[in-house]
Design a protein around this ligand. Structure first.
Ligand SMILES: Nc1nc2c(ncn2[C@@H]2O[C@H](COP(=O)(O)OP(=O)(O)OP(=O)(O)O)[C@@H](O)[C@H]2O)c(=O)[nH]1
Ligand SMILES: *[C@@H]1O[C@H](CO)[C@@H](O)[C@H](O)[C@H]1NC(C)=O
Ligand SMILES: *[C@@H]1O[C@H](CO)[C@@H](O)[C@H](O)[C@H]1NC(C)=O
Ligand SMILES: [Mg+2]
Length: 384
């Protein structure tokens, strides 16, 4: 029940509220809080100019991006991303970080490769992330799809068995095409022919630290052929006969290995068995001419002819790693310690001085380098 006293109180509250509401449109409260003025600014009527947030700030507030290249020389190099149109969000994320951490200072071009044409959204969203050149390439069919001479019945049986055995990507044909392309074809693509060095980037990776030197110049000046950040063991189920084929190849093609190669990274018994160590190829900074050279070309053609990319599920990571470890000198394989990097589920986070120098945002405690599943200790041992 409403007593007379409560009735008076309610009327009072209404009067006070009305006073407040009306006073908001009073000039004394300033135009930011004036309802009629906000309506003008937001342009509800459609008859006034653009809302203020659409008017560019005067130039005096804006400073141009810093472009610093103290060495004033550049390598003959490019970024390369293999991706589908549907990968665009992950590509944008990776590319933005590579630009912010490094490339906005250096402006190396970007090459995008796909077995289907890139669509307008993919091109727009990648192009607007960089000041550097961008190139979009179509992969020739014969470099991508399963060749005719592969026995599809045998390949299919292998895929089905791997699904049953829960092998990751075991049932996927596109994944196999991708692994074979990355192993033996990307460096022969028309768009990469004019470059010597490449930095491979994948969708959804992270770069944690500022990089104030040019890793391509390190490769060039120090005669490196392969750079990595993470190394680990391969799944045995994906490469049952790979090492036997490697040994067959070496027997048939003597003289391709330099004396100071990195066989010890791959094998603990002088080459008899493979310890499954490989460099994680979702990150690579490498020399395209090394892949295009005699030793690796012969090596890839030999492996390809055995059909293991389809009858098993040979990855480009072990194939590249074995190629680099056997046909380059061990000092031509470089660990990029300063590059903080994550591809799920592992990351390399620079430690100590390298961490602070790079202003890294990864936690030093989350670092794969000497975890039990990492092969970095075997790389270290090459030089001890
Ligand atoms: N154009 C194209 N690119 C592909 C295809 N499959 C994979 N890729 C690209 O090849 C690279 C490796 O593929 P991922 O799916 O990242 O393989 P992964 O790194 O082994 O596995 P996750 O990253 O854990 O899924 C990435 O750059 C992909 O964008 C494909 O069918 N077509
Ligand atoms: C509010 O806007 C009017 C009209 O644009 C202007 O004349 C008045 O000075 C402004 N008042 C304040 C407090 O800025
Ligand atoms: C870059 O490297 C490629 C491959 O080695 C070579 O063909 C090309 O001439 C080089 N370009 C320049 C400008 O040095
Ligand atoms: Mg990946």
């Amino acid at each position: 029940m409403m007593t007379p006293m409560r009735y008076v109180l309610l009327v009072l509250i209404i009067i006070i509220s009305l006073h407040y509401i009306l006073s908001f449109s009073h000039e004394g409260y300033g135009n930011a809080t004036s309802l009629s003025n906000i309506r003008d600014q937001l342009h509800f009527g459609g008859e006034k100019g653009a809302p203020p947030y659409k008017t560019p700030l005067p130039d005096e507030y804006i400073h141009p991006p810093k472009v610093a290249n103290p060495l004033e020389r550049k390598a003959n190099a490019t970024f390369v991303i293999l991706a589908r149109n549907s990968d665009i969000q992950g590509v944008a994320m990776s590319m933005k970080q590579a630009e912010d951490r490094f490339n906005k200072e250096f402006n190396y071009p970007w090459v995008f490769l796909n077995e289907e044409p890139f669509n307008d959204e993919f091109k727009k969203r990648t192009r607007e992330l960089t000041d550097a050149e961008v190139h979009y390439g179509l992969i020739p069919k014969e470099d991508w799809f399963q060749p005719d001479w592969i026995d599809e019945d045998r390949a299919k049986a292998a895929r089905e068995k791997m699904v049953k055995d829960n092998v990751i990507y075991g049932g996927s044909l596109p994944y196999r095409n991708m692994c074979r392309f990355n192993s033996g074809f990307f460096y022969r693509h028309e768009l990469l022919k004019n470059y010597r060095y490449y930095w491979r980037v994948e969708p959804n990776v992270q770069f944690f630290c500022d990089l104030h030197y040019d890793p391509f110049l390190v490769m060039q000046d120090q005669n490196k052929v392969y750079g990595f950040t993470v190394s680990l063991y391969e799944y045995a189920a994906t490469i049952p006969t790979l090492w036997q084929e490697v040994k067959n190849f070496l027997k048939e093609n003597p003289g391709l290995m330099p004396g100071d190669n990195a066989m010890k990274f791959l094998s603990d018994d002088g080459g008899e068995t493979y310890n499954r160590c490989h460099f994680w190829s979702n990150f690579e900074i490498g020399d395209l001419d090394f892949w295009r050279g005699e030793a690796y070309s012969k090596f890839f053609d030999y492996l390809d002819s055995k059909g293991g990319f389809y009858y098993e599920r040979w990855g480009d990571a072990p194939v590249h790693s074995i190629g680099a470890a056997l046909f380059a000198r061990k000092d031509q394989i470089h660990f990029f310690n300063d590059i903080g990097y994550r591809h799920e589920p592992f990351q390399h986070c620079p430690q100590g001085e390298a961490h602070s120098k790079g202003k890294c945002w990864c936690s030093e405690k989350d670092n794969f380098d000497y975890q039990w599943y990492s092969c970095l200790k075997r790389y270290d041992a090459l030089f001890q």
